[in-house]
Design a protein around this ligand. Sequence first.
Ligand SMILES: Cc1cc2nc3c(=O)[nH]c(=O)nc-3n(C[C@H](O)[C@H](O)[C@H](O)COP(=O)(O)OP(=O)(O)OC[C@H]3O[C@@H](n4cnc5c(N)ncnc54)[C@H](O)[C@@H]3O)c2cc1C
Length: 354
Amino acid sequence: MSTPQKNVAVIGAGIMGLCTARELSQAGAHVVVYEKNTLPSKNASFMAGGMLAPYSEIEHMPPEWVQAGLNGIEYWRAILGQESAQAEFSCKGSLLIAHKEDQYVLERFKTHLSANTNCQNVSKAEVAQLEPQIAERFDNGVFLKEEAHLHPQKTMQLIIDRGAFEMRQEEAAPSALSEQYDHVIDCRGYDAEKQTPGLRGVKGEIAIVRNTEFYLERPVRLMHPRYPLYIVPRKGNIFMIGATVIEAANNEHVSVRSSLELLSALYSLHPSFGDAQILDMSAGIRPAYADNLPRITLQDNIVRCNGLFRHGYLLAPVMAQCVEHMIHNKHHDLTALLMGENHEYKNQRKSAEL
Ligand SMILES: Cc1cc2nc3c(=O)[nH]c(=O)nc-3n(C[C@H](O)[C@H](O)[C@H](O)COP(=O)(O)OP(=O)(O)OC[C@H]3O[C@@H](n4cnc5c(N)ncnc54)[C@H](O)[C@@H]3O)c2cc1C
């Protein structure tokens, strides 16, 4: 006997909501996504760098999460498949470098990498092979060859275009939809703060520039004493630099200090950035719990997926797969990690009705 089709509402069309809608609709559920803004919604997912960088985050992530992040990269490879180029998904690793005065930040980072991590200390000559245009200013680096990146906005658009789910531009409240649907998946990001104990906002600012004199094969992470700065190459000689990490959620403006830091970091990478065109400077609010790790929490038939902090693109596909497994009563190895102790999904109210 076939299982009845699930009727699911997803609230929020950020990367968490879209990955979940995609996963559930592919598994045969009828899915409606509620998004309060017109698309594309200028949410945290829209502002993101698109780094898929589990090793670079090792100072903030326990090893089991690094492994979950590597799974996230594999999911993207499978999800994007032949459309990888369209989403600018690329797996050429990332290169970590530091100016002479900040070498200690790079050295400190290396102490977190275990011997079996797939990373390589690289000399000036090897930096020159990987990224010829920056070798003049940097004497060494660390190459993390399993890391990847994608273009966030293009990736979200692809999921929407290819998705077998319905989109509604409407503000929705999880409790108001819970009678109407078998399951409600709350993916409201930082907007869910008032109903989500322990959730806070962490501001991130970015700059996007065009520099026709410069080329990068892969993202470069400039080790910086205040926060890690990525320069992510995009098509058309466009580079995204970000992101600041500021414990505040009270405004989405880019401060003068942050803009000076971002742009001077770019200029320090290569003098040609002095004449680059600034295309955009913007800020987003990352949803985060105290440990900066995401989690899935349950309340009757409401499943809340939040706290993706700096790892939204890295971990959203993994979380979405766990949600799909949970709803269809299947085992997933990572569910326990994402839910802590609370990983038995008993959808008491709705399953009794089916
Ligand atoms: C500057 C910056 C750089 C980043 N770089 C990276 C990176 O390189 N790699 C990485 O993995 N992660 C990165 N992140 C983190 C990542 O962007 C976030 O973790 C992720 O976007 C969170 O996604 P989300 O779907 O939970 O929330 P959001 O993207 O904020 O989406 C929530 C959506 O819910 C909608 N919504 C809210 N309330 C309602 C309602 N009541 N009804 C209907 N809709 C509603 C909102 O309008 C919004 O569209 C970065 C973040 C920032 C800010």
